[in-house]
Design a protein around this ligand. Structure first.
Ligand SMILES: NC(=O)c1ccc[n+]([C@@H]2O[C@H](COP(=O)([O-])OP(=O)(O)OC[C@H]3O[C@@H](n4cnc5c(N)ncnc54)[C@H](O)[C@@H]3O)[C@@H](O)[C@H]2O)c1
Ligand SMILES: [Zn+2]
Length: 355
């Protein structure tokens, strides 16, 4: 079933389309609707792009994608290449790839010529359920992950769940981690549905997969709309979407964004830490914590990493941009499907409780 979600922020309005088997049709549609396009394409999905008639005549840049592409150097290299196509303000940058390509492309589109159009064709589960929605982009710095970036909404997002069939199981699970995150923070019914149907989703059964993508996007949309620029003013701040990410991002940074951990694996470990902290602070019941752990185990999602309590991890967290006045902004659970942003936990206290 085809679905359309419209996202209206203060200054932008755009649509997200979920349509199985649609990527070529939608690529052709944007090609005929735009005078100037520069495609940024993940090498792993170039085989899809090659199905477009006369693709060789189009402006495109192939990128070998991983977390490493979200760097200053690469931002400069790719931006120069984009500029070499003599672009103007009406140019549409079209990204076909996963979350790393989307984050890089969004940052380039928002800064090059002070902003050109951006269209996303997310091709990983993670990017379809999470990173292509809401307009955050960015690159990494030595001081931490995503520390340089902007808020910049795309013109459209085209999701084709069929393109996920070439992903590895590991990458599918990485995306599933963000789906379960959305359920844990906001929707108990969705969690129970996932508990029943996770195997079908992970095996890419279209009916369940499309539904999971749709539900996930609706939850993300709600938080994005209530606090587009993460000002932390509303109790539904989009900061809640960072559940599991405080420790998750620190782990990724600790491992220098290597393939040791995918983003999803890192935040799984982070979600278990956040759940444990929620339990130890007497917000979350032991029953719910156990339920979460069982779900993770039965879907082969990681629960632990032996470096998670390393002092360096705590040092990285201290530098996190989401903290203020020496306190850590930490997302905690009250129950499965209900979460809140705690603004007054000190790192010392977190350390003491966890250790
Ligand atoms: N901007 C946001 O709001 C937001 C939200 C969540 C995550 N993120 C970011 O997203 C990134 C992770 O995204 P990701 O998991 O998509 O990583 P990724 O882009 O590195 O993709 C994972 C791997 O899959 C490959 N790939 C992509 N599409 C494929 C396909 N259809 N078939 C086979 N292989 C394919 C890629 O080449 C890569 O090797 C992280 O940098 C994270 O910080 C951003
Ligand atoms: Zn994430």
């Amino acid at each position: 079933m085809n679905r359309k979600i419209t996202l209206k922020t203060n200054n932008d309005i755009y649509s997200i389309y979920i349509e199985p088997n649609s990527i070529i049709k939608n690529l052709n549609r944007v090609i005929s609707a735009n005078k100037k396009i520069v495609f940024l394409i993940d090498k792993k999905v170039f085989f899809i792009f090659k199905k477009i008639k006369n693709y060789k005549k189009l402006n495109y840049i192939l990128i070998n994608c991983s977390e490493k592409i979200k760097s200053f150097d690469n931002y400069a290299t790719v931006s120069e290449k984009v500029l070499s196509f003599n672009i103007d303000r009406d140019t549409n940058i079209i990204a076909i790839g996963g979350g790393t390509l989307g984050d890089l492309s969004g940052f380039i589109a928002s800064t090059i010529l002070r902003g050109v159009n951006l269209t996303l064709f997310p091709t990983t589960l993670l990017s379809q359920v999470d990173s292509s929605i809401g307009g955050k982009n960015g690159i990494n710095s030595k001081s931490g992950k995503n520390l340089i970036g902007t808020f910049y909404q795309p013109k459209s997002v085209f999701i084709d769940p069929e393109v996920l069939s070439s992903l590895t199981k590991r990458e599918i699970l990485s995306g599933y981690a963000e789906i379960i995150k959305h359920a844990l923070i906001n929707d108990k019914k969705f969690f129970n549905w996932l508990d029943k149907n996770s195997k079908s989703i992970i095996n890419l059964d279209n009916k369940y997969l499309s539904e999971a993508i749709y539900k996930s996007i609706l939850i993300k949309k709600k938080y994005v709309l209530s606090d587009e620029k993460e000002k932390l003013k509303s109790i539904h701040s989009r900061a809640i979407l960072n559940f599991g990410h405080t420790f998750g991002h620190a782990l990724e940074s600790f491992y220098k964004y290597s393939t040791k951990l995918t983003h999803g694996e890192a935040i799984c470990i982070g979600m278990i830490i956040a759940g444990t902290l929620s339990y130890k602070l007497k917000y979350l019941s032991l029953k719910d914590l156990e339920k979460i752990k069982i779900h993770f185990k039965s879907n082969k999602l990681p629960l632990y990493d032996n470096k998670i309590y390393d002092n360096k991890i705590f040092q990285i967290i201290e530098k996190d941009k989401k903290n203020s006045n020496g306190k850590i902004n930490f997302v905690l659970l009250q129950s499965i499907g209900s979460s809140f942003l705690s603004k007054n936990l000190s790192l010392k206290k977190i350390k003491r409780i966890l250790k």
